[in-house]
Unconditional design. Structure first.
Length: 173
């Protein structure tokens, strides 16, 4: 790789770090090509990317980005998974893959402006997805409306029941 190619690679990585909503740094020692491709495909389903990086280029690329705290994580065989959408989905996908494939070891991760440990990446993976959180929010917001609707419909319902009982009494008499 010549100097120009290295500069382009650093620039490309820097752009990815600047745009990323979440990052997971992992070690892939012993991971087969087929397993790596499986990981890439599972991450692409979540709107994420997986890249094997050269450590020196990655250290240069994180300088001046929100992920500068990850600088010391780039040692040994290193891969970085980026998401530009949902960091929880990225953490879930990588954690699930790592459980099934012990050759992939999560070193650390990052959210914009904050480096997180491997344990925190796992904790992040246990959070509900964005869709689940939105569903819960809608449920919480709909609760008071349902209660108000029940109270408001109770008055006409009671009135109809009273009229029905009066009708039954007149029919019986």
């Amino acid at each position: 790789m010549n100097k120009t190619q290295k500069q382009e690679a650093v620039q490309q990585l820097k752009e990815m770090f600047e745009k990323a909503q979440g990052v997971v740094v992992s070690e892939f020692r012993g991971l087969t090509v087929a397993q790596a491709n499986t990981l890439r495909r599972s991450l692409e389903k979540e709107g994420a990317q997986h890249k094997v990086v050269k450590n020196t280029l990655a250290r240069l690329a994180v300088e001046g980005t929100p992920y500068e705290g990850l600088r010391d994580a780039f040692v040994g065989p290193t891969a970085v998974s980026f998401t530009f959408e949902d960091p929880v989905a990225l953490a879930k996908a990588v954690t699930e893959f790592a459980k099934d494939n012990p050759a992939l070891t999560i070193r650390c991760g990052g959210l914009p402006g904050k480096a997180i440990t491997a344990a925190e990446v796992e904790a992040l993976s246990k959070l509900p997805s964005r869709e689940q959180l939105l569903g819960q929010l809608v449920g919480v917001m709909a609760g008071p409306i349902r209660g108000l609707l029940g109270v408001l419909s109770g008055v006409p319902r009671g009135f109809v029941q009273v009229l029905s009982q009066i009708q039954q009494q007149k029919e019986a008499a």
